[in-house]
Design a protein around this ligand. Structure first.
Ligand code: GDP
Ligand code: MG
Length: 311
């Protein structure tokens, strides 16, 4: 039987578990995850090459992880919502993922509006069922059933990897015959440099709280792959002196902790020993700066490097 293939956009509110699901289905860590909302800022791909098994044809499922749907009030937020809309454009299937352990809130309505506007078939994934009583599931399913004509409604736990086989089977069944969009050995579209920046940002998210995670971004300034050692220098940007003081910590302790944890993560990404130099800089209100936010966007940077399209 011919290959099934298609693009599947993972859509939902911040913290619903989109990136956790992407990583669980990909079987490796492609997206950073944290308990803080708005961890994911760019859309990114996880490419699944599924062999033919009994009752399921071979397939290439291209998952698109997206930033959480939220009301944008900064240049960064608007950029994140553009990423969501880009991901929705032309995808074949949508996974709407909702946190089943939380009360449904007005924010869901905005997600459902995006879904209606896209007009693409959608599965509703009720995530985090490891945290709820089974009896709470039925009213939730009923609630969502009234909001949208979902193709499937499936309870899952992305964290505990529950319900994922059934999800993959239904997904492949929902895709048409199509080409292999990416070579079989490619697992994501993100450049290594960007994954390194994300690994550092993840440690910042895990180590800090309140407004610091949201006010932080990471830019790689040096990336030199030697024979045995990869040398990386990165700047952690924040918006205020007080945030810088937190990120550096007493006697530089916080920065050291972030650096050590990030280095270990990065070593598994580059498969080499890593020398990591971290710096913290203040850039007031960078989240409101279109040009700064554009500078964080690797797709845009790649386009600019390639230059304008030739006639
Ligand atoms: P995203 O913002 O939608 O990408 O959400 P993340 O994948 O970053 O996850 C947000 C938080 O929810 C993290 O702390 C995850 O560990 C947690 N989480 C995700 N899926 C599950 C799940 O199935 N069960 C539980 N208990 N926690 C989950
Ligand atoms: Mg995410």
């Amino acid at each position: 039987m011919a290959l099934r293939s298609g693009f599947v956009c993972i859509l939902g509110r911040p913290n619903a578990g989109k990136s956790t699901l992407l990583n669980a289905l990909a079987g490796e860590k492609l997206a950073i995850v944290s308990p803080k909302p708005q961890t994911t800022r760019n859309r990114l791909l996880g490419i699944l090459n599924l062999p033919k098994i009994k009752g399921r044809p071979a397939a290439q499922v291209v998952l698109i992880d997206t930033p959480g749907v939220h009301k944008a009030d900064t240049a960064l937020g608007r950029q994140m919502m553009r990423e969501v809309r880009e991901a929705l454009r032309g995808c074949d299937l949508i996974f709407l993922i909702a946190d089943a352990s939380e009360k449904t809130n007005p924010g869901e309505r905005f997600v459902l509006q995006l879904l209606e506007a896209a007009g693409t078939p959608a599965f509703l994934l009720l995530n985090k069922i490891d945290r709820i009583d089974k009896q709470d599931l039925l009213p939730l399913i009923e609630h969502y059933r009234q909001q949208h004509a979902f193709r499937e409604i499936m309870p899952i736990s992305a964290l505990k990897k529950q319900g994922l086989d059934a999800l993959l089977n239904a997904t492949v069944a929902g895709l048409r015959e199509g080409p292999r969009y990416f070579p079989e050995d490619q697992v994501t579209d993100q450049p290594l440099r960007f994954m390194v920046a994300e690994a550092i940002r993840e440690q910042v998210l895990l180590a800090t709280k309140e407004e610091v995670p949201h006010a932080t971004s990471v830019l790689i300034e040096q990336f030199e792959e030697g024979k045995k050692l990869t040398r990386i220098a990165a700047v952690i940007y924040c918006e205020r002196d007080g945030q810088k003081a937190i990120l550096v910590g007493r006697g530089g302790q916080m920065l050291k902790k972030i650096g050590t944890a990030a280095r270990l993560e990065i070593e598994t990404l580059v498969h080499k020993r890593v020398f990591l130099a971290l710096f913290v800089k203040v850039k007031a209100r960078w989240r409101d700066s279109d040009s700064f936010v554009e500078g964080l966007d690797w797709r845009l940077q790649l386009e600019q490097m390639a230059g304008p399209p030739r006639e």
